[in-house]
Write a protein that binds this ligand. Structure first.
Ligand code: P5A
Length: 439
């Protein structure tokens, strides 16, 4: 992508109304544009990151055996009357009337809708277990939308719903999601800590939040340091196996959000293992049994011929919130430092002298070779000053920067900079092209 043809409205000034660094950086780098309280347009740079996160989540859900579909954003109120949540949900639910005066709502979550899909098609235990998920926009009329996309009103969520015949089956489904979540966040370059959590309006008695530790996090959290040092289950995990030990390996350590905090248990930990911090909730999983299937009559025939309400759980990831959370975790004084897996482009190619025949030709050749090798390149072909170009590349945080200038070119070399470490190396173009061809 040529920068001269891209749409990257960066600004020098830190916006005055953005209270945390991720919100400031998302506005400064032109990733999002606020259109109303908690409502955003995803501009091209931000949209690229959102799509990369969505794809990692998709791959890890699929690996764990979940099946993707897409439900609508607008729902009929009738389904929510069946479950009893239409009145319970309160002011966070945006209620709408259509032209026929029917009550509709913009979905804050999809338990009712998916239960309706399930009861229409699934009648026998032989079709179980089943886990269906989608990534769709939600609307919650939050009292205080803030911190940019972290607490929006319209936000993108991945929500999965599991269906099992028995409670044991449902708990096994819960463990799969627990492990898949750790792998997904790890692939994004994040350490997410699973913590016992309150179930709120979703319900049930078993629930974990996945928390990224960050000073600007909205919730106070408490955990055993030993939990932070554990590696994720790994992408070679067998999701058909019993995952009890994988989960227990982690749940044996104390970790709780403020609502579930047990002062006495935490105090008993050795001092050097007590972590009392703030965190960002990037995921939340629930087991709630028959809370929706019973009132909505989602029943299946068991092996003994009896009809029983299906056992359910639901599993959410804040896909758009993750963009902010990632920036909170990955930035320095010059701007964002994207982990490779979620970066909007892999490489920033800087032409120091646009219009110079040799510089233009070298950039063109490198751009073509990197693209052919599957790398996404943002090519700065503008005639801005060198200082402005460097500052902008640092600000938007692409993992690698390649600078092509007349001085290096005289020796057949370009400068390669690692955004994270700041390390710079002179590399021969011929060598780089040969490597790209071989990759
Ligand atoms: C689980 C999936 C649920 O809604 N039903 C379907 C369950 N859980 S949740 O915890 O309420 O939300 C799941 C995740 O969505 C993100 N999130 C938000 N992101 C941005 N702005 C918001 N206002 C917002 N509210 C929730 C969080 O990451 C949460 O873990």
């Amino acid at each position: 992508m040529r920068l001269s043809k891209f749409f990257l409205p960066v600004s020098k000034e830190a916006p005055s109304d953005a209270a945390i660094v991720s919100h400031q950086l998302m506005l400064r780098t032109g990733m999002v544009r606020q259109n109303g309280a908690g409502i955003y347009t995803w501009l091209p740079l931000g949209y690229r990151v959102l799509k990369r996160i969505e794809q990692i989540v998709r791959e890890e859900m699929n690996r764990a055996g979940a099946v993707e579909l897409l439900m609508p954003t607008l729902q009929q109120a009738d389904l929510w009357r069946e479950s009893g949540r239409y009145d319970d949900y309160g002011k966070e639910m945006l209620r709408i009337k259509d032209r026929h005066d029917r009550d509709m709502l913009y979905g804050p979550t999809n338990e009712e809708l998916i239960t309706d899909v399930f009861r229409t098609y699934v009648k026998s235990y032989k079709q179980l277990p089943l886990n269906l998920y989608h990534q769709q926009w939600k609307f919650r009329d939050e009292v205080r939308p803030r911190f940019g996309v972290m607490r929006g009103r319209e936000f993108l969520m991945k929500d999965a719903y599991s269906f099992d015949l028995t409670e044991d089956g449902a708990r096994a489904a819960y463990r799969k999601m627990f492990c898949a979540y750790l792998n997904a966040f790890n692939r994004m370059g994040l350490t997410a800590v699973p913590m016992r959590a309150d179930t709120g309006p979703i319900g049930g008695d078993l629930s974990h939040e996945f928390i990224i530790l960050a000073e600007t996090g909205e919730s106070a959290v408490f955990c055993d340091k030993a939990l932070l040092d554990l590696p994720p289950p790994g992408l070679d995990l067998d999701f058909d196996a019993d995952l009890t030990s994988e989960v227990e390996k982690r749940t044996q350590f104390y970790a709780a959000t403020e609502e579930m905090h047990d002062e006495a248990v935490f105090d008993a930990l050795p001092d050097d293992r007590k972590v009392s911090a703030r965190g960002i909730e990037v995921g939340h999983i629930f087991y709630f049994g028959t809370k929706y299937s019973k009132p909505m009559n989602a029943v299946v025939q068991g092996p003994d011929g009896q009809m029983v309400p299906v056992q359910m759980g639901s599993y959410g990831i804040g896909v758009s919130r993750l963009v902010g959370a990632l920036i909170e975790a990955c930035h320095d004084e010059s701007g964002i430092v994207w982990p490779e897996a979620v970066a909007p482009f892999d490489v920033g190619l800087i032409n120091m002298r646009v219009g110079d025949e040799a510089c233009d030709a070298a950039c063109k050749e490198l751009y073509a070779a990197m693209s052919a090798a599957g790398q996404e390149v943002l090519y700065d072909d503008t005639d801005d000053r060198a200082g402005a170009k460097f500052a902008r590349m640092d600000l938007i945080g692409l993992p690698r920067q390649i600078t092509v200038g007349p001085r290096g070119l005289a020796d057949g070399k370009v400068e390669v900079k690692d955004r994270k470490t700041g390390d710079k190396q002179e590399v021969s173009i011929a060598h780089m092209l040969a490597q790209l061809k071989a990759s």
